[in-house]
Design a protein around this ligand. Structure first.
Ligand code: FAD
Length: 459
């Protein structure tokens, strides 16, 4: 039998790679994991974690404003970007250290080098050393897409650069209408930056329920973010004072301190050597995998963003867990990608799980329940922001197949709503659940009458 140096060689120490390495090592496998940047990957170093901390930082502006209605007088508040930035970075490095500690405690060997695949059981490290492994797991994640044909695109920053800005710009133009664009717009606007979104689509958050899209677009505009829809960037150039001159395809010209590109992400497969050893890639360059995360080469698997299935941290982790169950614990396990909840940390926060109204209507008859209200806290605060909640119900089975929330706490609420959707609980069971009063969440179990049936065209 062929002897390999390792049972498992993982490329990429992000959410998926670290989890797979730790679990496989704990199961007794000899594991190495290669990483050419800071351990922790996108989520910990330049994604979810620093982003959410900035969102918290920006939220204080709203809390301070709202406080007046509750009797508080607060001296003109002052904000320090370097303090927030440096505190966030300190936390990111602390977490990265914990990841390192956990890897080593599990017995996985970290190799701080770039790696590429050279044969179905072989990996070459940047130092030139070749290693062999019985199985190879590609967990290299993705990177921000930069449109190469956009003149002056090198003058723009990406989300990765935004975390490390020397100083807070006075004005910023954010290109894109997806969740990353909206979250950074919320952060910058909250911190007092004049914020404009330029988006080529009709409404922000393509792919989300149409009412959520309309509500978010309206509330973000009311919050002070200028959103230019059906508009593209034509060119960026630099003014003598260092500002960016932005030309839009509608002929408009703007001057801003920063331009942030948030127009999508691409899988990290370039230069990995995968196609040379027979691993098939999708047209977008992602590793093609089956339900067990196996590629077209039986000894090579892939998990997380590099497979471009559902690009979220908990999904990368669950795919990694299923991979270890399948390959090292003798229990073939396929992660179920249905009904995965997700959140957008914009203002209002969005939490969604399951089908949109349009998706449910394609499958059969539906009933729609909706409520739009101003939470109690906002009334005293004289804050006009309203919360939207929407339930999509399959009329045949009465199962709640979609929950869509846009309002404060939506991200927290959707986690529990996801349990009910995953368990296929019926609207009657939601109704039988007694409310917790006074809360925002109680509205979820108090939506009495449907606002639309299957025979009604969506408004
Ligand atoms: P990654 O975490 O990207 O890890 C891949 C690792 O591989 C990286 O560390 C990289 O340096 C390394 N690598 C790449 N190539 C090589 C090589 N050849 N050799 C060695 N190492 C290599 N998801 C959520 O669920 N919630 C959120 O709120 C959220 N917010 C986000 C905000 C932003 C701004 C971004 C960019 C992403 C966000 N995501 C969020 C997505 C989430 O971060 C990713 O889905 C997740 O990190 C994917 O994990 P992964 O293991 O597939 O890849």
């Amino acid at each position: 039998m062929t002897q390999y140096e390792y049972d498992l060689f993982v490329i990429g120490a992000g959410s998926g790679g670290v989890r797979a390495a730790r679990l496989a090592a704990r199961a007794g496998a000899k594991v190495a994991i290669a990483e050419d940047a800071e351990v922790g990957g996108t989520c910990v170093i330049r994604g979810c974690v620093p982003k959410k901390l900035l969102v918290h930082g920006a939220e204080f502006a709203g809390h301070l404003r709202d406080a007046a209605g509750f009797g508080w007088t607060i001296e003109p508040p002052k904000f320090s970007w370097p303090t927030l930035r440096d505190n966030v970075q300190a936390e990111v490095h602390r977490l990265s250290g914990l990841y390192l500690k956990n890897l080593s405690a599990a017995g996985a060997e970290l190799i701080a080098e770039r790696a590429r695949v050279i044969d179905p059981h072989g990996v070459q490290l940047a130092s030139g050393r070749n290693v062999t492994a019985k199985r190879i797991l590609v967990a290299t994640g993705g990177h921000t897409y930069r449109p190469k044909d956009l003149k002056g695109q090198e003058l723009a920053i990406t989300s990765t650069d935004a975390f490390l800005l020397e100083q807070l710009p006075k004005s910023i133009l954010i290109v894109g209408g997806g969740y990353i664009a909206l979250e950074f717009a919320t952060v910058f606007c909250g911190l007092g930056v004049e914020t404009t979104i330029v988006y080529r689509g009709e409404k922000v958050l393509r792919g989300f329920d149409r009412e959520v899209r309309a509500h978010v677009q309206m509330e973000m505009t009311a919050h002070g973010i200028s959103i230019l829809n059906n508009t593209n960037l034509a060119e960026i150039s630099e003014a003598a004072n260092g500002q960016r001159i932005v030309k839009l395809d509608n002929g408009q010209e703007m001057r801003v301190d920063q331009v942030l590109l948030a127009v999508g992400r691409e899988p990290n497969t370039a230069g990995l050597g995968l196609e040379d050893v027979g691993v098939k890639l999708t047209p977008r360059g992602a590793v093609m995998v089956d339900q067990y995360s196996r590629s077209s080469v039986s000894s090579i698997s892939a998990v997380g963003d590099v497979t471009d299935r559902l690009n979220l941290t908990p999904v990368a982790i669950r795919e990694a867990v299923a991979f270890v169950e399948t390959e090292f614990l003798g229990r073939p396990t396929a992660f179920d990608h249905a009904d995965v909840a997700s959140a957008v940390f914009c203002k209002p926060t969005v939490g969604v799980v399951g089908l949109t109204e349009a998706q449910a209507r394609e499958k059969g008859r539906v009933r729609i329940y909706r409520t739009l209200f101003r939470p109690m806290r906002n009334i005293l605060a004289n804050n006009p922001q309203r919360t939207l909640m929407k339930l999509v119900v399959d009329a045949e089975s009465d199962a709640v197949v979609g929950v869509h929330i846009a309002g404060a706490e939506a991200a927290e609420l959707i986690q529990l709503a996801a349990v009910a959707v995953k368990a296929k609980l019926t609207k009657a069971q939601w109704d039988a659940t007694c409310a917790v009063h006074p809360t925002v969440a109680e509205e979820l179990v108090l939506m009495g009458e449907p606002v639309a049936h299957d025979n009604e065209a969506p408004a």
